[in-house]
Design a protein around this ligand. Structure first.
Ligand code: SF4
Length: 257
């Protein structure tokens, strides 16, 4: 799959990530300097050790960011950048969002940019590694709100009437023998992931649920597809089934399962 990631879309997240790292490093240096004054009063050796710890944290942070930014710009994943993905996902991204809020930049825009960059890196990684155990995770709001069939227990309960995207997803599931689950909430989604332990998750969700999902399931690789919400949030949402199929083709799912 060509992730369709325009340089501009990439630039939003990469610029915020770089700016945030610099702010955090300056902050660490400031805290370090103030605390160092106090620690040096007690012992000079302690002061030196303390300064080294602070300096190493700052260098590690900057080094991690630079490796990740290089991976994001090139779209090529290395073992090291895959490991460092956690630093961004868990540690830096919450700070990126605070910086975005201060600058009054739309939070969803930053999350979408992050998810696009994440998808590109994950795709590169899984293309090299192959996928044996795939899980496709859908939110319950994809199902038509007045359909009474219980697709959350089994997507094959769908009668494929065509009134919502679950029908086409059920057909896709038959075609590729997919493990597709419909989660009625974050807790259920986490439980499904824990029980399945897949080596790749293709998840459909809104921006905020997707972000918390990627953070919660780290280090499992997640390809995130943002749902469309023509009727507003959490009701009769839609997803591009063609995009999911394209992703399966990109990771050559038919060949590796
Ligand atoms: S496609 Fe039809 S039967 Fe299937 S979940 Fe949607 S509304 Fe229900």
């Amino acid at each position: 799959m060509n992730s369709g990631l325009s340089p501009e879309k990439k630039r939003i997240f990469v610029s915020f990530l770089l700016a945030t790292s610099i702010v955090v490093v300056i902050f660490i240096a400031l805290i370090g300097y103030i605390s160092l004054k106090g620690v040096s009063e007690i012992s000079n050796i302690l002061g030196i050790i303390f300064t080294l710890i602070i300096a190493l944290s700052g260098v590690f942070l900057l080094f991690s960011t630079l490796i990740l930014v290089a991976a994001m710009i090139s779209g090529k994943q290395s073992r090291l950048s895959m490991k460092l993905r956690g630093v961004v996902t868990k540690l830096l991204f919450p700070v990126v969002l605070i910086v975005a809020k201060i600058l009054k930049v739309d939070k969803d825009k930053i999350i979408r940019s992050f998810i696009s960059v994440n998808n590109e890196l994950v795709l590169d990684f899984v293309k090299q590694k192959g996928v044996k155990k795939l899980l496709i995770l859908l939110p319950h709001c994809i199902q038509l709100d007045n359909c009474e069939l219980k697709v959350s227990s089994n997507i094959m309960n769908c009668k494929k009437c065509g009134r919502c995207d679950i029908g086409d997803l059920a057909k896709l599931s038959e075609k590729y023998n997919l493990n597709i689950k419909v989660a009625t909430g974050g807790t259920i989604a986490r439980r499904i992931v824990k029980e399945t332990m897949p080596d790749l998750i293709i998840a459909v969700a809104c921006e905020r649920d997707m972000l918390s999902g990627i953070q919660d399931t780290y280090p499992l690789p997640v390809i995130g597809l943002i749902n469309e919400r023509p009727f507003g949030p959490c009701i009769n949402t839609k997803v591009s089934v063609a995009m999911i199929e394209k992703t399966l083709e990109t990771i050559r799912y038919k060949e590796v399962r």
